[in-house]
Design a binder for this molecule. Structure first.
Ligand SMILES: C=CC1=C(C)c2cc3[nH]c(cc4nc(cc5[nH]c(cc1n2)c(C)c5CCC(=O)O)C(CCC(=O)O)=C4C)c(C)c3C=C
Ligand SMILES: [Fe+2]
Ligand SMILES: [Fe+2]
Length: 358
């Protein structure tokens, strides 16, 4: 959490006195604006208990698994929560930030919030910057309450998902408004819209591809833009996520001046027996290698921060699949994270969304 004090303590004390609060009146803190970055989530540790707690919170979210409880809960509590925590815990072990004893998603999200605070220090208001996780800690409710206690009368909530999906963006917003339901004095809230076609985002993704390709000692024949999948049924029921992914990719391709076949959309991270958005990343990587393609790169434009799904599933597993099937050179292009490119993008969006407030 970061507070940018444009007003000094003595100035604030003067402001409080100037409010002429009668004796016995509860203290009033006001006049601040919060900027809350929200990312998907993270377990507190890789052990069975921590993993189970995290997965339970995640997989009981109706926005994530839309099946009726009567069907889903027996599967969840009978099978998934007995087997998945161990399997996922092992996967997290591979990428865990041992120095800070936390997941990379947590480290990176905190870095994004801290650097945003440094960048926006010049705005002429008292801003409070913080970050939260939809699943796990710190929770959205705890951070909204803290901001309110610090005097935030307005909060800008930024779900860190470029492409909208009910299973990500909407569940963040639901949780924010659920937290407000318990407050007597609610802050005004703005939520940042999806930024899948924002020119600054397209440019940042294109530049990150150019930068990575410039460092490689090979030229990829194909670059895959691999997005987290969602079940086909969510798409058929009106979730715009698929269209957002397609549009992002088309705009990046146009920005790079590449032909259609050089940058292809795929979807990763299937979960459960349903059909998910296709083509699947793992199958595509396998087919490309089998068909004689020797050099590929994969980027994850839908993830604002590297995490299990990018570091383990793509940089790790997809690379292995490619090599096992005859591929020779595989590169993973990192997410924008808290890089210069990534931070300039977040700054552009936050400045725009704060307009009229500061
Ligand atoms: C039906 C299940 C799931 C849907 C729908 C879904 C959508 C979705 N998820 C992300 C981003 C992330 N998901 C992450 C992990 C993850 N996702 C699911 C399931 C669904 N996701 C599971 C079960 C897991 C847990 C990990 C595991 O056990 O394998 C993560 C990584 C978090 C981390 O700490 O590293 C991200 C990020 C998006 C963008 C999305 C829909 C668009
Ligand atoms: Fe997911
Ligand atoms: Fe579409």
């Amino acid at each position: 959490m970061n507070v940018i004090e444009k007003t000094s303590d003595t100035q604030r004390a003067r402001e409080m006195r100037a409010q002429h609060l009668p004796a016995g009146h509860p203290p009033v803190k006001a006049g601040r604006i919060g900027v809350l970055l929200v990312n998907l989530g993270t377990p507190d540790g890789t052990d069975y208990r921590s993993m189970r707690r995290y997965l339970e919170e995640f997989l009981t979210d109706k926005r994530v698994i839309e099946w009726p409880k009567a069907i889903w809960y027996p599967i969840l509590y009978g099978i998934v929560l007995n087997t998945r925590p161990k399997k996922s815990g092992k996967a997290y072990e591979e990428i865990w930030n041992r120095e800070l004893d936390e997941s990379p998603l947590r480290t990176i999200t905190r870095g994004q919030s801290d650097k945003l605070a440094e960048r926006l220090g010049g705005l002429g208001e008292t801003l409070v910057f913080d970050w939260a996780m939809r699943y796990g800690n710190p929770s959205i409710a705890s951070r909204i309450e803290r901001m309110q206690a610090q005097g935030c009368e307005r909060i800008l909530v930024f779900p860190l998902y470029p492409q909208y999906s009910a299973s990500t963006t909407a569940t963040v917003n639901d949780t924010v408004f659920r937290a407000l339901m318990k407050m007597r004095w609610q802050p005004a809230v703005r939520t940042v819209p999806p930024y899948h076609d924002e020119p600054a985002y397209i440019d940042a993704i294109a530049r990150s591809i150019e930068a990575k390709l410039g460092e490689l000692d090979f030229e990829p024949e194909i670059v895959l833009a691999s997005y987290h999948g969602i079940p086909q049924s969510y798409f058929r029921n009106g979730d715009p996520y698929h269209c957002h992914c397609q549009k992002t990719t088309r705009l990046v391709r146009e920005r790079l001046g590449w032909p259609e076949e050089k940058l292809k959309v795929t979807f990763q991270s299937r979960f459960g027996p349903e059909e998910w958005l296709q083509p699947y990343t793992d199958k595509t990587v396998e087919e490309l290698a089998k068909s004689g393609v020797k050099r590929i790169a994969v980027i994850n434009p839908g993830f604002a921060s590297d995490c299990l799904e990018t570091l383990e599933e793509i940089a790790g597993e997809a690379g292995e699949i490619f090599h096992e099937n005859g591929g020779e050179h595989f590169a993973h292009i990192p997410c924008l994270n808290d890089s210069e490119l990534g931070m300039s993008l977040l700054e552009t969006i936050v400045r725009r969304e704060l307009s009229g407030w500061v």
